[in-house]
Write a protein that binds this ligand. Structure first.
Ligand code: ARG
Length: 680
């Protein structure tokens, strides 16, 4: 053992059979060199050797912890089976390790620890840490991290990508916060104009405006870039009550003012013709969407009827220009007000839905906030000789080098105005000034990969220091969800999805004859609906594209959000009705002899590792699958370990296991963004 003790510690992150690496101590001092974190173990593991505390592969029959001393390069004289089988000798040598027995395999010496000893440590840890269990000592230094997610486009239906981004981004933010980072959560709203623009292009084909818009589309698949001029106004409007005046000012700075006006003019007319305040207040997204579609149909019809060439734009179009002209001159205050109202009410609605989804933001930004700043950026790029002008198209671009290709990242249109990309660069630089973040993530569909590559490339050209360290993690990509539609048709409104989930859950609850436990209030159904959607989404790897399935989402069997909620609610009622003093922490783990109990505790102990895994991969699926297994172990334990009407010592010991299981399950669900239900 003297020789063992002198073995050089080697940091090893390896895991065997899903075994848990607890920690490595450096010889001589107690510096923790690996992110193993069961702190309480520190005092029992005093031997200055490289070791790991592992659990044997999860076999219900014989779950075991052991400490494994690896990298034993030569056979150490005296270390043989005889010695290992002599529990006494080893226990004394490594005192106070409660060694059960030891063996040697492939240059590795394994010391098996008495399960009750570790169970005690683990349960005490969970009981004392409560809702912070799993998060202590995981990170070395606290950082400020800015996470941007959801980022829908105002007055347009929230699409599945915005939903997925919201769910993933919220999870990542929760995770960072739980382990101790400071998180800035940003929702970067797309210009309202963009969406509006899209509708127009699809349905009217107006040649002046459409061309402009068309150009943007081809430059970037994710054309938030149309709304430059519109954008300017949005930001100012968030912070000023005299928004109308501001708006007037911005508009004149902008080069494509008439484009914008056409659309607003159309929307205003559409609203007067087809809209009403009542429906707008009830459901602004849907209402405005309906208005866009209808008024654009009118424009298209008028054009169709305009004579042999069908080029003439009709009255609606002409009127929309006029409305805008008046707005520009500040004589259309009613229109300005209405427009601000559209915007405010849309944001208000988003807030409501996000709340329902348990999703929070530190701040709402608009692309528009960065319009002026992107013009300044262009100037800077020119001064630093980074901006080139394409001879044929007249566009301004920056040369960036990818691993494979050279990319011309276009940041300026031929008329000098800026693009989606330009605004994103201006935004990130500005955010850094404001928040001084250490790193930032954009949770955005995989389809915008090129956009974020260009963003990163440009930031590298600009020698932004943080990009060197964290550049690879800027774009948190995810795949598309297909098959997600509601009863009513193709356009997916977030509200409808949530309502559908709620409706179906309500039905499921009723059809499952669990009537005694069911308290099927509106809230429960709503929370169940949201849990189902979140779990269905997060159980997949981010980049997986998956087919949305209502049946799977709402299943009581298999792996779904409902199963997690059910496990939690059952634990609550078990604890409630156990007939013991539930606050007592006086227990002895020697009464926990059943493999079901030990197995469950072992699984609880590996929560930290799961959190760590999620943190490095930014994948929630590890946690979701961990929680599925946890609920399975809970259900087995529930069946076999009665608490009620048991001898006091046994009941108390088992109760602690269930309390800890509940804490762990609730912690994990909360990270995912789910409110654990006490009853269902
Ligand atoms: N609003 C954009 C869209 O719907 C997503 C914005 C993503 N974030 C960003 N910083 N570019 O496609």
């Amino acid at each position: 053992f003297a020789k063992l003790a002198s073995l050089k510690p080697i940091i090893n992150h390896g895991k065997t059979n899903g075994l848990k690496v607890i920690k490595f101590l450096r010889s001589g001092n107690k510096e923790v060199t690996q992110s193993g974190r069961t702190e309480a173990l520190e005092d029992i593991l005093t031997a200055n050797i490289k070791y790991r505390l592992v659990t044997k592969k999860t076999r219900l029959q014989d779950p075991q912890f052991y400490i494994s001393v690896s990298d034993v390069k030569e056979t150490i004289p005296g270390l043989n089976q005889t010695l290992f089988s002599d529990n006494q000798a080893i226990s004394q040598e490594l005192h106070p390790l409660p060694i059960d027995y030891a063996d040697e395999t492939n240059g590795r010496i394994n010391f098996f620890i008495k399960p009750c000893y570790l169970c005690n440590i683990i349960l005490k840890k969970v009981l004392s840490e409560g809702d912070t269990y799993g998060y202590h000592g995981i990170i070395k230094d606290k950082q400020t991290i800015l996470v941007e997610y959801s980022s829908p486009n105002i007055a347009k239906p929230f699409h599945a990508g915005h939903l997925r981004s919201a769910i993933i981004g919220n999870f990542i933010s929760n995770l960072y916060e739980a382990v101790g980072h400071k998180v800035i959560r940003i929702n970067y709203l797309g210009d309202w104009g963009t969406q509006y623009g899209k509708c127009i292009t699809r349905s009217t084909h107006t040649s002046d405006w459409g061309t402009q818009y068309g150009k943007c589309i081809t430059q970037s698949t994710h054309t938030s870039d149309w709304g430059t001029q519109y954008g300017k106004c949005i930001t100012q409007s968030t912070h000023t009550s005299d928004w109308g005046t501001q708006y007037g000012k911005c508009i004149t700075q902008s080069t494509h003012t008439s484009d914008w006006g056409t659309q607003y003019g159309l929307l205003a007319q559409g609203f007067n013709k087809y809209g009403n305040k009542e429906d707008l207040n009830k459901d602004p997204m849907k209402h405005l969407y309906m208005v866009y579609v209808k008024i654009n149909e009118d424009v298209a019809k008028e054009q169709q009827n305009s004579g042999p060439d069908k080029h003439e734009k009709g009255e609606t179009h002409r009127k929309s220009l006029e409305i805008f002209r008046n707005m520009e001159q500040g004589t259309a205050s009613e229109d300005l007000q209405l427009w601000k109202h559209f915007r405010d009410i849309s944001i208000e609605k988003y807030r409501e839905v996000y709340e329902r989804l348990n999703i929070k933001f530190t701040d709402y930004e608009g692309e528009s906030m960065y319009s002026k700043k992107s013009l300044e950026l262009i100037e800077e790029l020119k001064q630093r000789d980074l901006l080139h002008i394409d001879d044929t198209t007249g566009k301004g671009y920056i040369d960036i080098e990818d691993e494979k290709d050279n990319i011309k990242a276009v940041v300026q249109k031929s008329d000098g105005s800026t693009l989606y990309l330009t605004r994103d660069i201006a935004a990130v630089l500005d955010r850094h000034k404001r928040y001084n973040f250490d790193r930032t993530h954009y949770v955005v569909e995989d389809g915008q990969d090129l956009h974020f590559k260009m963003l990163k490339g440009i930031l590298q050209k600009l020698n932004v220091p943080w990009i060197q360290r964290y550049g690879d993690q800027i774009h948190i990509r995810f795949g598309r969800i297909s098959n997600l539609s509601t009863r009513k048709g193709k356009a997916v409104f977030l509200d409808d999805i949530l309502n559908e989930a709620k409706r179906k859950d309500n039905k499921t609850i009723h059809s499952k004859q669990t009537s005694k436990e069911v308290d099927s209030t509106e809230t429960v159904a709503d929370i169940l609906g949201v849990s189902s959607i979140i779990v269905q989404d997060l159980k997949e790897k981010r980049l997986n594209t998956y087919k949305f399935s209502w049946d799977k989402v709402l299943s009581f069997k298999g792996d779904s959000g409902i199963v997690l909620q059910y496990a939690h609610a059952r634990l609550c009622s078990l604890i409630d009705q156990c007939g013991c003093d539930i606050h007592s922490t006086d227990f002895d783990t020697k009464y926990l002899t059943e493999p079901e109990a030990i197995q469950l505790i072992l699984h609880i102990a590996s929560y930290e590792d799961t959190v760590d895994k999620c943190l490095t991969s930014l994948e929630a699926c590890h946690l979701v699958h961990y929680l599925f297994s946890l609920s399975k172990f809970i259900s087995v334990a529930h069946r076999n370990l009665k608490v009620k009407d048991q001898p006091k010592e046994i009941a108390q010991a088992r109760l602690q296991v269930f309390k800890c299981a509940k804490t762990t399950l609730a912690n994990g669900m909360t990270l995912l963004g789910i409110t654990p239900l006490d009853k269902m």
